[in-house]
Design a protein around this ligand. Structure first.
Ligand code: MRU
Length: 376
């Protein structure tokens, strides 16, 4: 694995101030990603060249956020078979093993499984092709990964357009105060992101925003990553500890909450970063609209309700020794789920690239998934 610092970016990497950060790029030989574990102190890039490195990067949150995890996993699958030179049938078996392996990296974000299925479907479709060779399948998989990379930008911009329109209907102030939890911005996708896309697109359209970012214990994706990318993009941001959001909402300072999602069940229940549920309950209490912003690849119609969503529990050290400093006595039991489930009843609307779904979610999410044009 090659580690590059900001100065050591390769010739394919161009980041200029005022442009969006690129979470993940393809160098022609490796997947280059910002190492998000190092933010905000250091902007370092890692080059991932095989599936084991990709598994580790996803597990350790070098790359994180549901859409970014999906694209990273797809590339991981390609990296796992790119040097295979045997029979194509044997390569399909190898691909299936690599996908099963990558699927064990994190359990909650459905985009991971969605992306691995999509990659396998592309490989299987080659069975019908006249040019059914290992090389041909490898080429098709790389093309599909690059397509997913490009698609992400289009999808997130479309989400942003729908979200900005929705926000115009919330209050009549010249500037919107938005509360967000965790990071569902450009660094959780490829560019633009989901929950922050309405802010970025809204600004392009002349709207004004101030974003309040929950710090997001225990791994501080809000203060480390959301604040970092908003500052990079010149968007005014205030960081607050998670336990301060209720106070802010009680003072009437928040116009809307925007959060992302790791998985949305068929009934509209939403799994997102731990602490989202608390924000949703407080928002309901103070009559603040609570919007979930996500691509349709995050909607899992095969999962009936939030009760069925697998919730990742992470190492207790993240809570007992945050960032290397001991904060609880030795031997204390720790509770560390990475996600919680917000019931659909607390969700004002779900914004997707195909439009906005409101309750009843069971009907309206199904409609948006079966006829994407309907929501446009
Ligand atoms: O553990 P993380 O950092 O991967 O959690 C990320 C979140 O919970 C995001 O809100 C979610 O993935 C949506 S990202 C567009």
């Amino acid at each position: 694995m090659v580690i590059l610092d900001a100065k050591g970016r390769g010739k394919n990497q161009r980041i200029q101030s005022g442009t969006m950060l690129q979470t993940l790029t393809w160098t022609g030989d490796a997947v280059r990603m910002i190492d998000q574990t190092k933010l905000p102190a250091r902007t370092e890039y890692v080059d991932i060249t095989d599936e084991k490195q990709m598994w580790d990067a996803i597990k350790r949150l070098v790359v994180r956020g549901a859409p970014a995890i999906g694209v990273a996993a797809a590339f991981g699958a390609y990296l796992g078979i790119r040097t295979f030179s045997g029979e194509p049938q044997t390569m399909l078996l190898r691909l299936s093993e690599v996908c099963d392996y990558l699927a064990t990296s994190r359990p909650t974000a459905v985009n991971l499984f969605w992306a691995l299925k999509r990659i396998q479907a592309v490989a299987l479709a080659q069975l019908e092709s006249e040019d059914f060779t290992a090389k041909q399948i490898q080429k098709c998989l790389l093309d599909e990964c690059l397509k997913m990379l490009a698609e992400d930008q289009e999808i997130c911009r479309s989400i942003g357009r729908h979200g900005a329109e929705l926000l115009r209907s919330v209050g009549s102030k010249p500037s919107h105060n938005i509360l967000t939890h965790c990071n569902a911005g450009s660094l959780a996708a490829i560019t633009y992101g989901t929950a922050l896309s309405p802010v970025y697109v809204g600004i392009e359209q002349g709207m004004r925003f101030h974003v309040f970012a929950d710090e997001t214990r225990p791994l501080l994706q809000g203060s480390r990553i959301t604040a970092y990318e908003l500052k990079h993009n010149n968007v005014p941001v205030t960081v607050l500890c998670d336990n301060m959001a209720a106070s802010l909402m009680s003072e009437g300072k928040i116009d809307a909450v925007l959060v992302g999602a790791d998985r949305i069940a068929a009934n509209g229940d939403v799994a997102n970063k731990i602490g989202t549920l608390g924000v949703a309950i407080v928002a309901k209490h103070f009559n603040v609209p609570f919007f979930v912003v996500a691509p349709t690849s995050t909607i899992d119609l095969a999962t009936a309700s939030g009760k069925e969503i697998p919730i990742e529990h992470r190492d207790s050290v993240e809570v007992s020794h945050p960032f290397g400093t001991q904060s609880t006595p030795d031997g204390i039991e720790i509770f560390n789920p990475a996600f919680d489930v917000t019931p659909a009843a607390l969700v004002t609307a779900i914004v997707t690239e195909h439009g906005v779904a409101k309750a009843p979610y069971t009907e309206n999410l199904f409609a948006i998934m079966s006829n994407p044009q309907a929501g446009k």
